[in-house]
Design a protein around this ligand. Sequence first.
Ligand SMILES: C[S@@+](CC[C@H](N)C(=O)[O-])C[C@H]1O[C@@H](n2cnc3c(N)ncnc32)[C@H](O)[C@@H]1O
Length: 298
Amino acid sequence: MIFLLKDLSRGKLPINLKGLLKKERFDCEIGFGDGRAIVLEGKMHPERGMVGIEYSPTSVKKAEKRVQNEGLKNVLLIKSEASTAFDILFQERAFERIILRFPDPWPKKRHINNRLLNKEFFTLAANRLKDGGEVNITTDDTGYRDYIIQEVAQIPYLTPIFSGGYRLKNADGVSTRYEEKWRDMGKDIYEIGLRKVSHPKINNQITISTYFRLPAIKRLSCLSDKIIKDGDVILRTGKLNAAAEDKEIWVYFVDWHLFQKTKLIFRKEGNRFFPVYNQDFLPAKSFELLKNFMETCQ
Ligand SMILES: C[S@@+](CC[C@H](N)C(=O)[O-])C[C@H]1O[C@@H](n2cnc3c(N)ncnc32)[C@H](O)[C@@H]1O
């Protein structure tokens, strides 16, 4: 079963994992890659629901094939960026375990902000963990390993299970394509285990609007090159491409950690411009900001 975020977001949120997978307890693997580990875990634990999140479409397809070949009914694959999925799809205390096998380490200093595992994400993850639940991380990257331990030390919700924060992982248990690759190169593999010790409250959740339609406007230039902010929500519009046959504007939406961009194309009918926009898009609060702003462009 594969779910796309945009389909899920049109249903009732948070999603009803019990109803979908007919199980009572759930584990979540983030960045499952070709899916070999989530499939193995699904087979080893038929009593559990395994929820996988992965944003690479090629990986999701590979993993889906494995799930189908094994005929597994307890594995749900979601094609999405992980923090967005955690924010909008799952309720508090949804999972017993959150698993990350070789999360992208972004080793260069200028890329550190791209790391998924920081104190903000761990706070969100702790909220989605059952009390006493665990986060299990495997990595070969010592820089990311130490960064993770430092980030966790700054929040009170998770505590390391191993003394010193990590331990060497033996070459047994559930392995993955990346684990095999690094072991073949003679690298050490580290395990970080974190236990939830207190429950964080999460305030700035992304709210998804059910209202999709943008209004027609009279003055296109009103929308060109603008930055509009409301707390954690930011809307930025590019410059109007007036040379395009249909007039075009790029719009960038940021809702807390959800980043999206879409190109609005306007078709003129009478004295008004009607917007056409990409439907593969979550209408979050930033979208409401755009809608409200466009209503002033009359
Ligand atoms: C280094 S690969 C490891 C894949 C697999 N776990 C393995 O061990 O073979 C990292 C995986 O995480 C996925 N990924 C990275 N950041 C992600 C995010 N924020 N949300 C969802 N998937 C992500 C990538 O697409 C990639 O498949």
